[in-house]
Design a protein around this ligand. Structure first.
Ligand code: BG6
Ligand code: MG
Length: 216
């Protein structure tokens, strides 16, 4: 049996994936980029802020210096953080609280493994900060998913081996990162069809985890 579940945050626990998209779309509009779409945003899932920016900039022939890129990333983050103002427990995805309660009953540890540097603020606003035994996020890492760093740090903080952990992810980069780190991977949402995943479900809410061999 596994000993811990490491959750991605945006799009797995909270609806903030949509807010990321809207903030990038707003930045793209400001830059005169009209061709940035939801399909482009799928590739932004799971990857760092700077890597996400590069996906927007693929859509323009304009070349930006590293300094300008930092300014653009900061600008997007200001838009994004503003959109988090009204975030609350109502923005948790369906079934999340029940699943965490199920894991507590089973004495399975829980952690966050998210690329986002806004993780502490989001956990605070949604009221789930104290539901996790460890938090690993963009503030702890130097490498973006698909590098496994963020999940390995989570396992280390829990005092567990990678093989004792399962990652739940909605991004292809995150599923790849979990497998690169030697962990089990559950793909939900946008990553649901990822062939590398060990388990797949449309969402946490629709996943029959009570009958999953991971938890038996
Ligand atoms: C991930 C999102 O969780 O966090 C990415 O899926 C985002 O789309 C990344 O770019 C970094 O987030 P932040 O909040 O540090 O800009
Ligand atoms: Mg995600």
């Amino acid at each position: 049996m596994i000993k811990a579940v490491i959750f991605d945050l945006d799009g797995v626990l909270v609806t903030t994936d949509e807010l990321h998209y809207l903030a990038w779309k707003s930045l793209a509009d400001d830059l005169g980029i009209t061709t940035f779409t939801k399909e482009d945003n799928v590739r932004q899932r799971g990857v760092s802020r700077m890597a996400s920016l590069e996906i927007v900039l693929e859509k323009t022939p304009t070349k930006y210096t590293d300094e300008q890129k930092l300014e653009l990333a900061e600008k997007k983050n200001t838009i994004y953080v503003k959109s988090l103002e009204g975030l609350s427990a109502e923005d948790l995805l369906p079934g999340v609280k029940d699943f965490i309660a199920f894991l507590k009953v089973k004495s399975i540890k829980t952690a966050i493994g998210s690329a986002s540097k806004n993780t502490p603020m989001i956990l605070e606003k949604t009221g789930i900060k104290y539901d996790f035994d460890a938090i690993s996020c963009g503030l702890d890492t130097t490498k973006s998913k698909p590098d496994p760093e963020v999940f390995l740090i989570a396992a280390q903080k829990l005092g567990l081996k990678p093989t004792e952990c399962v990652v739940i992810e909605d991004s292809d980069a995150g599923i790849q990162a979990a497998k690169n780190g030697g962990m089990y991977a559950v793909a939900v949402g946008a990553a649901m069809n990822n062939p590398l995943a060990d388990y797949k479900a449309e969402s946490i809410d629709s996943w029959d985890y009570r009958n999953c061999d991971l938890f038996m």
